[in-house]
Design a binder for this molecule. Sequence first.
Ligand SMILES: Cc1cc2nc3c(=O)[nH]c(=O)nc-3n(C[C@H](O)[C@H](O)[C@H](O)COP(=O)(O)O)c2cc1C
Length: 282
Amino acid sequence: MSEDEPWTADRLGRALQDRKKRLEAERRAAFLPLGIDAECRWPASRLFHRHSMLGPAWTPILTADEVEALTLDRGYKRYPGADRVALPRPAAPNATLEDAIASRHSERSFADRPVSLDAVATLMRLGAGVTADQEVPRRAAPSPGALYPVETYVFALSVNDLAPGLYHYDALDHAFETVAAPRGREATRAFLPSDLHRAGPALLIALTVAFPRVQMKYLERGYRFALLEAGHIGQNLVLAAAALDLAAVPVGGFWDEPFNDALGLDPDEEAVVYAVIVGHRP
Ligand SMILES: Cc1cc2nc3c(=O)[nH]c(=O)nc-3n(C[C@H](O)[C@H](O)[C@H](O)COP(=O)(O)O)c2cc1C
């Protein structure tokens, strides 16, 4: 490209592409000293995958007593002093498992109609609720070492008998803790791609990982475990939505920083990893 060439839209586009390529080459080169070939297009993931592998030589970092203390401490996320909303325990939906699996599809448009609080409570219970009240209460989704590092939040955008706002699900008490003041449907604009924001879901369920809870025990592998737990909960949620005849889509492509900000999280300690948006079918 000659320096004398006029700055047309085409030239600007090419210059931007060149700059992107240069930055990407610099990014990849930074992984060379860590043993990752500069040709690898996903060096961070390759490095992480290598460093989170297990083998027969793996030994736990915590003692048995420390593991027991961590598992039993019920150190899940809490909002002490927050206003609480007791959730109903509605009857389980009548759909069979086969019906729910067969009718689940990702749906990305929603009717402008509120979802009932009963339906939201059912989603919480079947998605992430307590199913067996033991010394370590067991939940609807499996969890690495029964540590339950995944936390569930709900942006209530249009729910009957529930003020719009951000809530944290307290699984042990099957209740919501109020986290943030009502902001209505605008709440998701900053962190959802605009087509999903405009689709007008009645609620958005955010799944976060409280990293120390699982990584104190499993270190690097704990990150993989936590994502898998979130996937289990996500599947419970979309199947429960299908059983309730609601539309839902799981969302992995959100804007991380404003999403974590909206939840008031320090992303080095706890961060959003998955979300599900839900509403009535159009
Ligand atoms: C981990 C994961 C992340 C996803 N993220 C998005 C997303 O950000 N936006 C979206 O519209 N759909 C998302 N989906 C939904 C997929 O596009 C959808 O599952 C796929 O097209 C198959 O269609 P089905 O769900 O109707 O079977 C995601 C699905 C998964 C499993």
